[in-house]
Design a protein around this ligand. Structure first.
Ligand SMILES: Cc1cc2nc3c(=O)[nH]c(=O)nc-3n(C[C@H](O)[C@H](O)[C@H](O)COP(=O)(O)O)c2cc1C
Length: 229
């Protein structure tokens, strides 16, 4: 997704904050806490901190996030999605228009996104309001997806899910062969921009207790507080 390239842009900040980058946000595989605490570096500006923590949008290894939503009857739901991109407007993910999350967000646009870092070293929690991305943003995000993810956007249907594995494999190969030049963007493919109202950066270290740096949106500025882990 777009980040721009100027010195005050996300990309510019990413470059200046690159020295602060630790491990990547990926699915956690180990049980011991890693060393994610870098003291008070970049601690006053959540966007500088984000640029130090998250990979650039053109990195094909996208961060996994738990997307939490509210159901029509006030219950909770959650699932993993990929972070398509982010900038100072917010955080973007994409999905199929017929999915449960789309119905839930239409009723309750307040969502949370949780990104966990490898080795339990860091956690980022984003609370905010989801809004549907513009047509231009959707087209750009779709074009950026790998052929495999583009095919999933076509093939992940209720009918396909009912088939036995052998038939799913057969149909998957057939569709891939029929679209060697690429898959057009499905009309119901969609995506959201989550505009943050609260950003919580959790860190731990091997020789200190975990701590959260929390930023809350108050009018047009971010108010910071330090909280126990
Ligand atoms: C690592 C991983 C990444 C995923 N990324 C996405 C994604 O970016 N978008 C998406 O719609 N589903 C993604 N899924 C599938 C969702 O977790 C979920 O099963 C699906 O979207 C249906 O969710 P819903 O019924 O709650 O709408 C991913 C699953 C995993 C395990």
């Amino acid at each position: 997704m777009t980040t721009g390239g100027g010195p005050t842009s996300t990309a510019g900040r990413a470059a200046s904050a690159a020295a602060g980058t630790l491990s990547r946000p990926v699915a956690a595989a180990t049980r011991e806490p890693g060393d994610g605490d870098q003291g008070d570096q970049h601690a006053d500006d959540p966007w500088v901190l984000l640029a130090a923590w998250l990979p650039p949008d053109d990195d094909p290894d996208r961060p996994r996030m738990t997307l939490s939503t509210v159901t029509a009857d006030g219950g909770a739901d959650a699932r993993t999605v990929l972070l398509s991109g982010w900038d100072e407007q917010g955080f973007r993910f994409n999905t199929s228009g017929g999915s449960r999350k789309v119905e839930q967000i239409a009723g309750h646009p307040d969502v949370a996104l949780t990104v966990l870092w490898d080795g339990f070293s860091r956690q980022l929690v984003i609370s905010g309001r989801a809004e549907v991305q513009s047509a231009d943003e959707l087209a750009a995000a779709y074009a950026q997806r790998t052929p495999f993810l583009q095919q999933l956007a076509h093939q992940n249907t209720v009918d396909y899910a009912q088939l036995p594995l052998a038939q799913r494999r057969e149909q998957f190969a057939e569709l891939a062969a029929a679209h060697r030049d690429g898959f057009p963007q499905p009309p119901d493919w969609t995506g959201y921009l989550v505009r943050p109202t609260r950003l919580t950066f959790w860190v731990t270290g091997v020789d200190t207790a975990s701590r959260r740096t929390e930023f809350r949106r108050v009018d047009d500025r971010w108010e910071r507080s330090l909280l126990p882990g």
